[in-house]
Design a protein around this ligand. Structure first.
Ligand SMILES: Nc1ncnc2c1ncn2[C@@H]1O[C@H](COP(=O)(O)OP(=O)(O)OP(=O)(O)O)[C@@H](O)[C@H]1O
Length: 465
């Protein structure tokens, strides 16, 4: 590492020890090789992209937290701590430092610490650069911290490992887009194709052929031999969407291929080799599926080496305006989209999106397609169907409904309890209005008769005897 001559990343050492004396010469010298100098925390000339913080075991964690917060808010990308002169550091203290926002903590060992930190910083810088790349900026829109955090994990996984991973997330949160990103960033030599397979669409009887391929005549209608997903993904990436739906026989087959790297076409006795990066996605809780024996535990552990959770849109509401702008831009293909009235933006921000980004995209497309071509996009461009539930939401947000919610929250009810209670109240009101006729109530509430009956039965069971 010491042969790095063109290290030009903006890094500085900041002495944050509770009782600073002079930064030890050994540290100064070691980092000066890379052009890294020491700065005082009170007179930083500029906020560095990376800060190496010199710490001791006595630092006030709250003060450190505040200092790091300011650093990170002002553009510092990561901070790392060196513990100096502390041979027996309390592990709890180190975990506290990490909680404060420090990316890593190490003890000062002359001759190796600086090399270790430089290689970490080089890696982090590569991740930051990738985050700013055109591929991501044009496709994976978002600036919320939880979205950026998962993007960074995805980049690290794609660029620095060749492992398998699983992408968790509700429908429409961008799982398939994440798979494309992983394949795009994968820097394997002679990288080949990304093969996408949606496990919900696989016919169980044909699943063997779909994955392994088949020989001519292997079964009725097998008029020609054919490659399956394992062959097509060789030297590339296999993306299995909704992996929780994989038929049990295929789960065993897949495990074998991942472990051995060999498979046989249906109707053939010859072993063939394949090697691919496996990326799976699901919006199910695979842990529960494993417990209820619907999904093989051994396969789960093989594919879940790396797990990424994409946040639903409700956890990144601040991204709605830029996502909406991105979709308007897409709709108006190249020409800059018309201005969007603030009321429309407020509407987009306040709405619920069970279908996440896909649902927002479709809504924006509907709005854009109603635009007359002059002036800004206004609330009149929002289709009538889309306005109805929202109008209710707006009317009641500041009225009785909000008061009831405040009361419920003051009793310590969580969202689940609130949802349950609201559903019960709605059912009771409609049942009363429909004179106890479940069928009519169910129709009005948009659920099945059985759903209401089960709910009523559940409530009876919960009643104290
Ligand atoms: N961060 C994002 N920026 C821009 N568009 C996005 C983003 N995330 C998702 N999309 C868009 O939302 C739509 C849904 O994305 P995608 O198909 O990747 O979701 P998914 O989680 O795989 O959905 P499903 O589980 O239903 O298959 C796509 O049209 C995609 O272009």
């Amino acid at each position: 590492m010491s042969d790095i001559t063109d290290f030009d990343i903006d890094v500085c050492i900041i002495d944050l020890r509770e009782m600073p004396c002079l930064v030890p010469d050994a540290i100064k010298k070691a980092f000066l090789t890379y052009g890294i100098t020491c700065q005082s925390k009170d007179s930083l000339p500029e906020i560095p992209h990376y800060a190496i913080c010199l710490l001791d075991g006595k630092i006030n964690v709250e003060k450190l937290h505040d200092f790091l917060k300011v650093l990170l808010e002002k553009g510092c990308k990561r901070t790392v701590g060196i513990l100096y002169n502390n041979v027996n550091v309390d592990p709890a203290y180190v975990w506290q430092l990490l909680k404060c926002g420090i990316s890593d903590v190490c003890k000062w060992e002359s001759n190796s610490t600086e090399k270790c930190l430089i290689s970490k910083i080089l890696k982090w810088e590569k991740i930051e650069k990738t985050l700013q790349s055109g591929y991501i900026k044009d496709r994976l829109i978002g600036q919320c911290a939880n979205w950026i955090a998962v993007l960074k994990q995805l980049i690290e996984f794609s660029v620095f490992t060749n492992g398998s991973g699983i992408i968790l997330g509700e429908s429409g949160t961008g799982k398939e887009m994440a798979a494309h990103l992983i394949h795009h960033l994968d820097n394997r030599e002679n990288k080949k194709n990304l093969v996408l397979l949606d496990c919900t669409t696989i016919v169980p009887e044909l699943s063997g052929s779909e994955f392994f391929g088949h020989e001519r005549g292997a079964f009725t209608n097998a008029i020609a031999s054919r490659d399956g997903a394992f062959a097509l993904a060789d030297n590339g990436t296999l993306f299995l969407d909704e992996v929780g739906e994989l038929p049990p026989t295929m789960q065993a087959g897949l495990l074998r291929v991942i472990q051995e790297g060999t498979y046989k076409r249906v109707g053939s006795n010859n072993w063939r080799k394949t090697q691919f990066r496996l990326i799976c996605a699901t919006n199910r809780n695979l842990n529960t599926e494993v417990q209820s024996r619907n999904f093989r535990q051994d396969l789960y552990y093989r594919i879940a080496t790396w797990t990424f959770r994409l946040p639903p849109l409700r956890e990144r509401v601040a991204d709605i305006p830029i996502l909406a702008y991105h979709f308007f831009q897409k709709y108006f293909k190249g020409i800059s989209p018309p201005p969007v009235d603030k009321l429309v933006l407020d509407y987009l921000i306040a709405k619920d999106y069970p279908g996440n980004i896909r649902e927002l995209q479709h809504l924006v497309t509907r709005i854009a397609s109603r635009y007359s071509g002059e002036g800004p996009i206004t609330v009149g461009d929002i289709p009538e169907n889309d306005r109805q539930s929202f109008a209710f939401h707006q009317e009641h947000l500041n009225g009785e409904f909000e008061k009831a919610m405040q009361k419920a929250l003051s009793y310590g009810m969580d969202l689940k309890d609130i949802k349950e209670l609201s559903a019960d109240i709605a059912i009771d009101i409609v049942l009363k209005q429909e004179k106890g006729i479940v069928k009519n109530a169910a129709k009005r509430l948009g659920v099945t008769d059985r759903a209401i009956q089960l709910r009523l039965a559940g409530r009876r069971q919960k009643l104290p005897s």
